[in-house]
Design a protein around this ligand. Structure first.
Ligand SMILES: CC(C)(COP(=O)(O)OP(=O)(O)OC[C@H]1O[C@@H](n2cnc3c(N)ncnc32)[C@H](O)[C@@H]1OP(=O)(O)O)[C@@H](O)C(=O)NCCC(=O)NCCS
Length: 169
């Protein structure tokens, strides 16, 4: 059985694993290895994730995890970007567990937090333009594409383009 709960420090290693593996599986055909390594090192290292698990609030609501037999098989989180507007900042699964409804369960948990705790009325997510593992999921959950924007990361010269997706809650 898959359970969704707010992440605790004991889940940090598992979050780092699913986000790292999920990122590689999603982007290895789009971005260079160098770029992926730099992003994964910056965002999905255990020290940063521990800090993000233990410090949450309105702007970053903390990680939610999908657990099966105590093992992390998915992770995601978001925060409020305006008074009544939430955003999903991160959402990854163990790559072999896609298509079982686990992403929907995590998205629902993030959305419930944003609506119930923070009064969100709408929600955004950024998805890489070529990400065919992510875009159909958000479109199936009634997000619509509103704009395109470059992603500037200081760590590498590659500048992928993101699509900004939006839905009313
Ligand atoms: C995006 C992701 C989190 C979705 O989680 P998931 O558990 O695979 O998705 P679900 O099984 O809950 O699917 C929900 C809906 O999306 C649809 N869907 C999901 N992925 C799809 C795809 N690649 N193509 C077509 N439809 C897709 C499903 O058909 C389902 O619709 P339905 O229930 O109305 O029939 C997961 O696939 C993933 O980790 N992808 C790679 C990482 C990524 O792109 N993350 C987002 C970065 S912003």
């Amino acid at each position: 059985m898959v359970l969704i709960c707010k992440a605790e420090p004991e889940h940090v290693k598992g979050i780092a694993r699913v986000c790292t593996e999920g990122y590689w599986a999603t982007y290895s055909e789009m971005f260079s290895k160098k770029y992926i390594k730099a992003v994964v090192q910056e965002f999905y290292n255990e020290k940063r994730i521990l800090n993000e698990v233990t410090n949450s609030g309105k702007e970053w609501g903390g990680y939610f995890v999908a657990l099966e037999d105590g093992e992390v098989i998915g992770a995601g989180g978001g925060g409020m970007i305006a008074e009544t507007t939430g955003e999903v900042f991160v959402l990854y699964l163990d790559p072999i567990r896609r298509g079982e409804g686990i992403g929907t369960m995590l998205l629902d948990a993030i959305t419930r937090q944003q609506k119930e705790e923070f009064g969100a009325k709408d929600q955004w997510v950024s998805v890489a333009k070529e990400n065919q593992k992510g875009i159909p999921f958000y479109e199936a959950r009634e997000f619509i594409c509103c704009s395109e924007q470059p992603v500037y990361r200081s760590i590498e010269k590659e500048n992928p383009v993101s699509l900004r997706y939006w839905r009313r809650l």
